[in-house]
Design a protein around this ligand. Structure first.
Ligand code: PEP
Length: 264
């Protein structure tokens, strides 16, 4: 089945409001001109402080304003947290859940990631759920043990939700081997394809072929304009989640062009 490619920028803890505005002013018209036909989904995951500006500037263009984090409760005594209704209020359309930096630095568990993902889906947001193994886990043959647990927790946490095709069209996984994030070391296209295929097979086992076929699976880990083409060319890889190489608008525009590979 043809899945629409997706290219997503993760700015992490970078950019002031003014820098965010300059970036969007460069990116949005280019994406509208080149991908306004909806060939590629483009999302920019920005810090909370820039979300108001980015949500306003992206509007309902082909660029989705995305949040890097949120909490699954809607309001209450959760100091320092931001809720889904607050994000919707700013025009946010996509969120990241389970990024390895949130798991490793801020202690987010599989259970928390599952609850956040489920909340995002019920609110109509598009969650990009990150999964991936450390170098040690890979070297000791534990890659699939780790990744399959992460995927299972999310899918099992969806409950009833998961049977709907509409949910499958919005649910996105990103296979991001931790050893490849921000290191310049990229997984080979074969490794990216192999992991994406395994994730898709597991989705099929858990929720059926049709569901698995509709869910998009991205690769993340030192993707750049020079390697995006060969990674995107693989059957089960539907796009990229990009940190470092997304920080310059010009480089991200090239990455978006690289995601436009026709039928995926
Ligand atoms: C990321 O932040 O998810 C990421 C993949 O970063 P980088 O592209 O810098 O490796």
């Amino acid at each position: 089945m043809a899945r629409r490619p997706m290219m997503a920028a993760n700015w992490k803890m970078n950019k002031t409001v003014r820098e965010a505005e300059e970036y969007l002013a460069a990116l949005t018209p280019r994406v509208e001109a080149d991908a306004g036909d909806g060939e590629v989904d483009v999302a920019v995951f920005v810090p909370f402080t820039a979300l108001g500006a980015v949500g306003r500037m992206a509007g309902d263009s082909s660029v989705m304003a995305g949040a890097q984090n949120f909490y699954y409760e809607d309001s209450g005594a959760f100091t320092g947290e931001v809720s889904v209704p607050m994000l919707l209020d700013l025009g946010v359309r996509a969120v990241i859940t389970g990024h390895s930096e949130r798991r490793e630095i801020f202690g987010e568990t599989d259970t928390l990631v599952a609850r956040k993902t489920s909340r995002a889906l019920t609110a109509g947001l598009l969650p990009v759920v990150c999964v991936g193994e450390t170098k040690e886990e890979r070297d000791s043959g534990g890659m699939w043990d780790k990744v399959s647990k992460q995927v299972r927790a999310v899918v099992e946490g969806l409950g009833e939700n998961a049977s709907s095709g509409e949910v499958a069209d919005r649910l996105v996984f990103a296979y991001e081997p931790i050893w490849a994030i921000g290191t310049g070391d990229t997984a080979t296209p074969d490794d990216a394809q192999d992991a994406a295929r395994k994730v898709r097979d597991l989705l099929g086992e858990l929720r059926g072929e049709e569901f698995a076929d509709r869910v998009r699976i991205l690769y993340g880990g030192s993707v750049k304009p020079e390697n995006v083409g060969e990674i995107m060319a693989r059957d089960d890889v539907d796009g990229g989640l990009v940190g470092g190489a997304s920080l310059e608008a010009a480089s991200f525009i090239e990455l978006v062009a690289g995601a436009r590979k026709g039928t995926v």
